[in-house]
Design a protein around this ligand. Structure first.
Ligand code: PHE
Length: 382
């Protein structure tokens, strides 16, 4: 049975008459004894919350506010450390009691336990579950299409050397194609030979070389990753974006294999209605080279949305998706020692923008939305 008893809590903290150690010891033990009495009074009905407020309350609790005000504030610099220690001892003493309750009789002990327990009536803390970023999801989905065709994933560094980003991809030093890449260079590299200078990779193609150095043919890999170019941000450009590279090398790989593989991948990713069109292009590391266009998935290839012009394909009905081509024999020369004899092996490579395929697949018309980190936008993929 719970009996209501009114218990008077009598102790009041006072200013110290002096700061001698004797006075301090007496004051400390008085406070302690007072707390012991108060604490014991839980057994006779003092609400534990009342005790907590009286002793530990932030606003006016004895150990948290009153003693620091009354004892500590007027203490001299020399006296302070001892006074502080005494207050801290008292605080620990009080807190230990609230944490245990073992010195009380069973009924009161239960009260202390219940006080420590979690208040299950409080609303819980909901931790929002994260979602995969749409660009990474599109990238992963596209890589999965190739994995189902037997490709493996390869990766490489974002900070790359001039050698892997350009030289081994058949961009000779001073080749004009280097300018078209708007490269962001790492500062302070000018004392190094050109091929060792560091830069932010402008494409994922350097991982072609890095992988061929490690693995002998045949290989089939897809390479997702971040790349950088010195482009000001707008609805279709960003200084940081994502690519997915592909490389297949074996004996007797032909341009027909390239076309069939990419046509299949586009249909898998965008839907079986999609048509593909290859148009001649140029890259230093592929010969011949091509650009792959797909029929516009927004307007279905008509160039019109109802009677309005279709913007994503600029009314052409076709959208450029990637660059590709047959691996240039000059590229194999750089990895010849690992079994890539240009007379014996052939291969194809391609590179596409992951952000771009995400925009098309999810109907996003501003690239910047992917990088602003606005949860209202991103949670659509949750
Ligand atoms: N690396 C090229 C680019 O970023 C794309 C590409 C990759 C072209 C592989 C051909 C072969 O523009």
């Amino acid at each position: 049975m719970h009996c209501e008893l009114t218990v008077t809590l009598t102790y009041t903290a006072h200013k110290l008459t002096d700061y001698s150690s004797g006075t301090l010891i007496t004051a400390e033990s008085e406070a302690k004894t007072a707390f012991d009495e108060d604490w014991k009074s839980i057994e006779t009905g003092t609400p534990i919350e009342e005790l907590r407020v009286r002793w530990l309350g932030r606003e006016n609790g004895i150990v948290n506010k009153q003693l620091p005000d009354l004892w500590l504030k007027s203490a001299s610099k020399k006296e302070r450390p001892e006074v502080g220690k005494a207050i801290n001892r008292l605080k620990a003493y009080v807190q230990d009691h609230f944490a245990s309750g073992e010195d009380l009789e069973p009924g009161a002990r239960e009260i202390v336990r219940a006080f420590q327990a979690v208040d299950i009536s409080l609303p819980g803390i909901r931790r929002p579950i994260g979602a995969e970023h749409p660009v990474l999801r599109a990238s992963r989905d596209m890589c999965a299409v190739f994995q189902r065709m037997g490709y493996s994933i390869a990766e490489g560094p974002v900070v790359e050397t001039d050698y892997y980003n350009f030289e081994a991809l058949n961009f000779p030093p001073n080749h004009p194609a280097r300018d078209t890449q708007d490269t962001l260079f790492i500062a302070g590299q000018n004392s190094k030979p050109q091929r060792e200078r560091l830069l932010l990779r402008t494409h994922t193609s350097p991982v072609q070389i890095r992988t061929m150095e490690k693995l002998p043919p045949p290989i089939r890999i897809v390479i997702p990753g971040v790349v950088h170019r010195n482009d000001p941000p707008d609805a279709s450009h960003s200084p940081m974006f994502h690519q997915i590279e592909g490389l297949a090398v074996d004996t007797n790989i032909t341009f027909g294999d390239l076309k069939g593989t990419l046509d299949h991948a586009m249909k898998e990713f965008f839907g079986s209605n999609v048509k593909t069109s290859f148009r001649p292009s140029f890259f230093p590391f592929t010969e011949p080279s091509a650009e792959l266009f797909i029929s516009c998935i927004i307007c279905g290839g008509s160039g019109k949305r109802d009677s309005d012009p279709c913007r994503p394909c600029k009314q052409t009905g076709w959208i450029e998706i990637l660059g590709c081509g047959m691996v240039d024999p000059n590229v194999f020369e750089f990895v010849k020692d690992n079994g890539y004899d240009p007379k014996k092996v052939s291969g194809f490579a391609f590179g596409m923008g992951a952000d771009r395929i995400a925009m098309l697949k999810y109907g996003v018309d501003d690239l910047q939305l992917f990088f602003h980190g606005d949860v209202r936008f991103l949670e659509q993929w949750a």
